[in-house]
Structure formats: C-alpha cells, structure tokens
Design a protein around this ligand. Sequence first.
Ligand code: B16
Ligand code: MG
Length: 217
Amino acid sequence: MVIKACLFDLDGVIVDTAKYHFMAWHRLADKMAIPFTEAQNEQLKGVSRVDSLEKLLSWGGIVLDNLKKMELLELKNQWYLNYVENMPADEILPGVKEFLTELRDNDIRVGLGSSSKNAPLILDKLGITSLFDTVVDGNRVHFSKPHPEVFLRGARDLGVKPEETVVFEDALSGVEAALAGNFRCIGIGEPNVLNKAHAVIPALDGMSVARMKELLG
Ligand code: B16
Ligand code: MG
C-alpha cells in the first residue's frame, strides 16, 4: 500500500480530551437525572455536540424545545472549556509529536479530522498547529461521524485519495466514517469496540512509519 497521508482524530488520539467530554456530559446527565454509563459515553465519542445531546435526551426519554437545547449545549461546552483551560500542554498523548514529525520527514501529509468545534483551540493550546497540513473540524462539516465527510474533506485538502490515506481513530463512529470513505483505518483503543478497523493498537506511543505499514500489511 502507498501511504501519502495520515488523518488523525483529535479527542482520544492526539490528546486525552475524551475524558473531559465524558466529565461534562456526565455532569449534564446528572443535572437532568439521566443515568449515564461508560458504555453510553462510548456511543458519544466522535459524535457532534448537538447529536450527542439528542442521544442523551433520548436515553432519558426527555423532550425539549430548541431554546432549552441550545442552553444545555452552551452549558456543556462551558464546562468542557473550563476543564481544558487547566489542561497542561504536556497532556498531548505519548509518541504523538514524534510520529507527526516522522511523517513530515517522510513526505507523508498530515491532517486533522475531528468532530470538535474546539479543535483549533486545543491544537493551539498544545502548540502543535504547525504540525498539521490541514485541519478539518466540526465547524467545517455538515454531517457528524459516522458520515465520512470530515475525512473526505481532509483528503481533498491534502490532494490525496482515501485509499492512499490512513485514518487514526478512537471512536467506533470514527472507524465507521473512515471505512465508509474507503480509507485504511487504525483504531486506537479496545479491539472489542473497534474491531471493524483494519488494525487496533492501544495508543500511538511507539508508532512509526515502519510500524504503521507493518500493521496494515
Ligand atoms: P465539541 P473527535 C469529538 O471529537 C469528540 O469525540 C466528541 O466527544 C465530541 O462531542 C465532539 O468532538 C464535538 O466536540 O463539543 O468540542 O464541538 O473525537 O472527533 O476529535
Ligand atoms: Mg476521538
């Protein structure tokens, strides 16, 4: 396989912000007396803010008007931003900077494909914006993962075909998005959750161009 580009999800792949999304959704669920489990949280990973709220409300059997939904979305985001405000720059996950740098040195283009509207702010906070050739975030897409739009836009920005591009994802919705777009996909996390991916690894720590090629056969 020729690899011309890599597209990275943000939350849970580049940085451990997935835990802050979980904390903020949990707080909102508690406020509304909706039981919220780790398994349900798994279903919110990679899903846009507005679609996540719809899922949460449906689990609680709660129907609200749009104004109230906007209020709750604003509240969840404020809590999330408060958590990430105190996030140290070294919270970038181990091995990420090294791998991104190696990709660049090997002329493999690098893009971000995140559902998060806060992605540019997080990259900036970590001081790694310049390591990406393109950033596609929740502000640039119409359809949430598992729709492939976010990755298709990334490939288009980079001038590469999906079949020449590897997507790194920690969410089932993201793995499904990558496959729907005809990308190769390496899952980051639990094999039993991400078993649709072409390969699954626990984290990016120790990842290299050689290892990536080996994993994809
Ligand atoms: P925001 P990713 C996703 O980011 C998160 O996994 C998901 O939990 C979150 O709801 C979504 O971004 C929207 O984020 O509220 O910051 O716009 O994993 O696609 O990088
Ligand atoms: Mg993610």
